[in-house]
Design a protein around this ligand. Structure first.
Ligand code: ZN
Length: 279
């Protein structure tokens, strides 16, 4: 999938990092590559560089100037573009709200499940509609019982522990449509179900990665307690950004460590699920 996408002399990437709110730059020495896809333009150019000898493509999920709200992100184009430059493993850091009192600001969660509370987002490459070239994707039902890569999660958890950032191993990420935050009642309902954190971008990112055979590992930074947990006025964007800014350096360092430690040859099942991949 790399033919014709990369400029001459630019080596393909193997690991993709999709940076979320407050996280717009990852690597210092990068080549900026614009990729067009059958699904339109990704959120921004891809920034290709190297970490510990591993080739990485960074993509700011909301665009580098945070101009794209969660419900308007072209998730299909983003995942497609990452694969087009060679990516097989995706790390997806994101800002989330804590749904339990013990998951306060600064907590790192590596979720193992997600709940889709979005509406109206295109969540498949196999939507039965013809592509620009006239081909029609087949009907496919993707196995998604475990939405995240087991190996990627293990590496992320080990990396966090090694850096002294005790992570929460597992938990359920509720993905809401946004761009508004939850009402107090919604938030209380999510908490009562035993779910852990709430965000706006984790879906359909993970399922689209799965459809393309890419590993996906979400690494969630809790930036606030959600409205149903705290007694105050509810979440504000300013609070979220403040906590994220305080932790972004630490998160970047952790991602460097995780990139370095990801397996060079995948032995997980993410790339071998029996689906017919879009070409
Ligand atoms: Zn995997």
């Amino acid at each position: 999938m790399t033919t014709g996408v990369l400029p001459a002399g630019v080596a393909p990437a193997e690991i993709g990092v999709i940076g979320g709110s407050g996280f717009y730059a990852f690597l210092d020495d990068v080549v900026e590559v614009r990729v067009d896809t059958p699904y339109g333009a990704p959120s921004d150019a891809l920034f290709l560089g190297e970490v510990a000898g591993r080739r990485v493509a960074f993509l700011p999920r909301h665009g580098r100037d945070h101009s794209i709200p969660p419900h308007r992100i072209n998730y299909r184009a983003n995942l497609w573009a990452l694969r087009a430059v060679g990516v097989t493993q995706v790390l997806a850091p994101c800002a989330t709200g804590g749904l339990r009192a013990e998951l306060g600001p600064g907590t790192l969660v590596v979720p193992d499940q997600l709940i889709d509370r979005t509406s109206g987002r295109t969540q498949t490459f196999f939507d039965g509609l013809p592509l620009a070239d006239g081909s029609v994707p087949p009907v496919v039902h993707t196995t998604f019982a475990d939405p995240y890569c087991a190996d990627g999660r293990a590496v992320a958890i080990a990396g966090a522990r090694a850096s002294g950032w005790e992570p929460v191993d597992g938990g359920t990420l509720v993905v809401i449509e946004g761009p508004r935050f939850s009402t107090r009642a919604e938030s209380k309902w999510y908490s009562a179900q035993g779910w852990s954190i709430v965000g706006m971008t984790g879906h359909p990112e993970a399922v689209l990665a799965r459809e393309l055979g890419l590993c996906c590992t979400a690494i969630a930074l809790v930036t606030d307690l959600d409205a149903g947990v705290e007694a105050g006025e509810g979440v504000t964007h300013a609070e979220v950004m403040e906590v994220f800014a305080a932790n972004v350096g630490r998160l970047r360092t952790l991602l460097f460590d995780v990139v370095a430690a990801l397996p060079k040859t995948r032995t997980c099942s993410c790339g071998t699920a029996e689906v017919e991949r879009p070409a």
